[in-house]
Design a protein around this ligand. Sequence first.
Ligand code: ARG
Length: 586
Amino acid sequence: MACFFRRRIAAQLGCTLQQPEDAFIPALAAVPVFKKQQSADFKLSIATLRMSGILPSSGDIQLQAESLAARVRFMTDDLKRDSVVEDVSAGRGVINFKVNRKLLVQKVLESFGKEEEGQFGLNSELLNTLTRGTTLVEYSSPNIAKKFHAGHLRSTIIGNFIANLKQCLGNNVIRMNYLGDWGMQFGLLGAGFAKFGCQEKLKQNPLQHLFEVYVEVNKDVEQNEEMMQAARAFFSQLEQHDSEAVSLWQQFREITVDEYQHVYKRLGVHFDIYSGESFHQQQAQQVVQKLQSQGLLKTSEKGTGVVDLSTAKDMSSVSTVLRSDGTTLYITRDLAAAIDRKEKYHFDEMIYVTDKSQAIHFQQLFHILLAMGHSWADRCEHVPFGLVRGMKTRRGEVVFLEDVLDEARARMLRNMNQSKTTKETVNPEDTAEKVGISALIVQDFRGPRESDYTFDWDRMLQAQGDTGVFLQYTHARLHSLIQRNEGVAAVLFDPSHLLEQTSVPVLQHLLRYDEVLYQSAKDLQPKHLVNFLLKLCHLIASAHRELPVKGSSQDVAQARLRLFSGARSVLANGMKILGITPVDQM
Ligand code: ARG
């Protein structure tokens, strides 16, 4: 629907400037809605036209805007060529277009009837310019038996958002969890388990117990050289596939994956593939051989195997891929994993979601892959994010993700019980869980992804502020409004009932939906969509206040319901892309 208007405006511009209309599409955007109702719906950026060579890039930009606006206006007014555009005016460096109000109502709302649920805005020219294919998204990727820290939670929800977004834009998405299930920590854990472990406890509270053992053994090795030797021995048994060592390792891994799956389910996250570093230890050795045969492997003074990454080829910047004892490293396994994934899944792009401290690791990874002749490494991307400060629960510092989810649920449940607006819900625990998780997600997604932020339980759970609770509350309200009026809503409605101060901004805002998804697909920042939905909720709140359904005439009620149900469906779709399950009651 936004396309319909963009097309018509572009056609008019094309006519005025004697240029192909397509040239204007990238310069056109829906105008973001501010507090008051505004008259313009679309704006044309003069700077963009200058950049694409349609307008001369010299001269006063404002004069250019004014003269072009005058020319377009002349065409519209005098030739009466168009019934779509109602007004054309020059703004600061832009030309503003106001479209016919009734048509605005009609086009936006009729697309809800026509398109399948969940498809609103997706059938868009703008979105069609994005390349589609197979996208492998690797996210979450915790380390077995180590702490699941806030970074892993961020990776989980940001990766899930990216996967959802890519999927809704028509890509074939492969969701992968790459577990840190190999390395010296297993030597420690294996040896430590012999001393501090207990199979009984492992069955009862697996993650907790593994973590206890891990903490104990780490303390122990500091004073106890024998423990370190035992750990090395265990790891080397593991590397040599000693069956006893392998079976203990396997038990640790399975237990942990089971537990994680349970938590992922609560979060509404799933993976198509659970891979891990352990899968690639043999291939990692092959990668080293390949590097050698390609002449890319150098030996450092310390006797380690390195790849020279410097432009001058003077070893001023290297990446270590082989320890002096011949064992491989994190990056070596990542090289093997990337090559293996390309062979197995034929992805067109691959995305890694981790905290920003790993940026250099991924730069080096892609660099080496390219040097090896894997040109597809150009289509691999590291999506970094910032740190979370102060993620604590009542039990203190967070060790397990589950504790965060439990606390979010408990706090939300308490807030719901204290709130006057809370309805009797069928399953308050379940509602509190979903709303609590939305609060976590929105807090995380509001700012730029790369920024650090401070975790704040009270702020994120506020019902009024820009929070996940507010999104859910708005959704539940709309849902019950629609349900209460079942039978009133109609396919046909009269657009003239929706030309109000508070309804037009909702529609104008919806015009931006495809642009917001487009922007999100370009930079993989969840903040665009979150802020779009929060804004939508504010606009809905005003509309809801001013435009009652109950007590209005049948015609008016029908039109208003149409608006509210359209808004509800965009809100629900957007929330689902973010990884939030909309609740119907709260
Ligand atoms: N397990 C790693 C960690 O916790 C993250 C893995 C990221 N993915 C990768 N392919 N290196 O730091």
